[in-house]
Design a protein around this ligand. Sequence first.
Ligand SMILES: NC(=O)C1=CN([C@@H]2O[C@H](COP(=O)(O)OP(=O)(O)OC[C@H]3O[C@@H](n4cnc5c(N)ncnc54)[C@H](O)[C@@H]3O)[C@@H](O)[C@H]2O)C=CC1
Ligand SMILES: Nc1nc(=O)c2c([nH]1)NC[C@@H]1CN(c3ccc(C(=O)N[C@@H](CCC(=O)O)C(=O)O)cc3)CN21
Length: 282
Amino acid sequence: MSDTPTTTAPRLLDDFSLEMTGKDVAHLEEARGAIPPGTRINITFLGNEPPELRLSAARAAARLGFVPVPHLSARRLRSRAETAEFLAALREAGAAEEVFVVGGDPAVPQGPYADALSLLRSGLLQEYGVRHVGVSGYPEGHPAIGEPVLWSAIEEKAAALREQGLAGGVITQFGFDVEPVLRWVEDLRERGVDLPVRVGVPGPAGVRRLLSYATRFGVGTGAGIARKYGFSLTNLMGTAGPDRFVRALAERYDAGRHGDLGLHFYTFGGIGATADWVAAQT
Ligand SMILES: NC(=O)C1=CN([C@@H]2O[C@H](COP(=O)(O)OP(=O)(O)OC[C@H]3O[C@@H](n4cnc5c(N)ncnc54)[C@H](O)[C@@H]3O)[C@@H](O)[C@H]2O)C=CC1
Ligand SMILES: Nc1nc(=O)c2c([nH]1)NC[C@@H]1CN(c3ccc(C(=O)N[C@@H](CCC(=O)O)C(=O)O)cc3)CN21
């Protein structure tokens, strides 16, 4: 129904998720009133944040009435015992039901899990009460991982989730261009993966910051993409929000072809700005 974008857009935003780091707890507290109760709040697993900081973020999200979705970065986990300890603490915090499992940026795994799949297959997650696992998707590829590897990884993870009796979903790497996202989702569906997909996009933020994260994670920002998204590569002082991106996604989203789609906002230090932006859309 591409001729009724205004009725489709709120649907995509009905059950959005937000991503924060351990350092954003005060921002979450400030923004709480602008975020619908029960919203999923993902907690990034940064290498430079100690587990206690991530745990305090998970606790804060639960205490404020949201659903914490802590991330586990497989390659950063140094042992099965360390992983079990983190999961036990999450369970204690009421934050273990939903997690997001990602490979992890270290070029060499720091412990027994070389990828998300090995953690999924370890049996540990269920032991600590995990019921729903998010995995990542890369509509524009990944700078260090080839396309065929990415495709087999996501197919194997979807199969492993089924085998392990875990519910799941996909969250895509943030991007600035809707076209590759929808093409990728169609490809995913043709490969038989029917997991719900949350399309990752940055919340409103300064252009300089967006570009620096994009560079850091190998996300494309060509001049054409920038224009479509609504920022200029030469005006680094400006800010840019996902207005056009979300509008374009809503216009082109066809549930018959794309299955279950939602939105995931990478807030990059601005959870309040993102919450306000979403609230202003409805
Ligand atoms: N999308 C996101 O929000 C985030 C993505 N990442 C990064 O994305 C990458 C892939 O994660 P997943 O999609 O979960 O992959 P995965 O764990 O499912 O692995 C897929 C394949 O790529 C290989 N691989 C994984 N990480 C790698 C790395 N850092 N360098 C070289 N090869 C690697 C694995 O051995 C496996 O063959 C990782 O580098 C991860 O840190 C990290 C944090 C958040
Ligand atoms: N390949 C890959 N690796 C990642 O680690 C990664 C992705 N992709 N995609 C996006 C998510 C979100 N990520 C991040 C990483 C760092 C901050 C961060 O450092 N935030 C600052 C505040 C904002 C700022 O000052 O820029 C912080 O201090 O927490 C946030 C999200 C990491 N993520």
